[in-house]
Design a protein around this ligand. Structure first.
Ligand code: ADP
Ligand code: MG
Length: 258
């Protein structure tokens, strides 16, 4: 079975409006792909469709993860199968501590009847919190409650590190981060790069890609991938904006008579 996260001809509606309009994308294990695009292109919609958000209705196409039908799975199954999404806007979960939240997610990955080793779990989590410069006192705090933007984003990365997904989608994890926090987050992601894992890094700005250097860069515009290139494409977009890519795509469509 091919080891790839594969999205084919994906169409999806939100609030009765088509946002994804036949999107094709392949992220092989071991690679880091970036998605860039103007605001409102459908980047977060793609991320939420992959995660199984109930507001988003898939009307055509499919997504497979290492050959498995992702869209056929319940949300928790997707997670246990190795899919992870770091949210652009992480939600607060009052009353649920970070430690209990992550512990429950880890416990859910064990065979029935197996108990998580609490001592080993805390040792591992504290080590990862230290790497991300999250104070250890945060374990007792409710998930995201009263957190700064940067603290929320670092907690998303802590969850990713603890769950060790096969494929991780990071939706604008750079937004709200100052440069020091950005480097910490990028170090965390880079440490997890492996031949067994694929990343889809969604970002509006090139800056993050200075630290998490992608193998491939895609441009998403109005619900379609309109250009794919190497890491230098991100620099070109930073320099020249999106208009030329949009124009180039429009010219192509004219040429093929769409
Ligand atoms: P991006 O992440 O690229 O900025 P989004 O995927 O968030 O774009 O949004 C794409 C379009 O879908 C926008 O026009 C946005 O207003 C619309 N949209 C996204 N989510 C919802 C929703 N829950 N309800 C209504 N419209 C939505
Ligand atoms: Mg978004």
């Amino acid at each position: 079975m091919s080891q790839v996260l594969s999205i084919s001809n994906l169409k999806a509606n939100v609030a009765g409006q088509e946002i994804l309009k036949g999107l094709n994308l392949e992220v092989p294990q071991g690679e880091v792909h970036a998605i860039m695009g103007p605001n409102g292109s459908g980047k977060s919609t793609l991320a939420k469709v992959m995660a199984g958000h109930e507001d988003y209705e898939v009307t055509a196409g499919g997504i497979t993860m290492n050959g498995e039908d992702l869209l056929a799975m319940e949300i928790d199954e997707r997670s246990r199968a190795g899919f992870f999404l770091a949210f652009q806007y992480p939600l607060e979960i009052p009353g649920v501590s970070i430690a209990n939240f992550i512990r429950a997610a880890r416990q859910a990955r064990l065979q029935k009847g197996d108990e998580l080793d609490a001592v080993a779990f805390y040792k591992e989590m504290y080590g990862k919190m230290d790497e991300l410069k999250i104070d250890r006192s945060f374990t007792g705090r409710a998930v995201n409650e009263g957190f700064s933007g940067g603290e929320k984003k670092r907690l998303e990365i802590l969850q990713m590190m603890m769950l060790e997904p096969k494929y991780a989608v990071l939706d604008e994890t750079d937004s709200g981060l100052d440069i020091d926090a950005l480097k910490i987050v990028a170090d965390g992601v880079n440490a997890m790069r492996s031949p067994e894992r694929g990343f889809l890094v969604i970002t509006h700005y090139q800056r993050l890609l200075d630290y998490i250097v992608p193998d491939v860069v895609h441009v998403l515009y109005k619900g379609e991938i309109i250009k794919t290139g190497g890491k230098e494409l991100a620099l070109e977009l930073e320099d020249k904006g999106y208009d030329w890519v949009i124009q180039e795509f429009a010219d192509q469509e004219v040429a093929v008579g769409v």
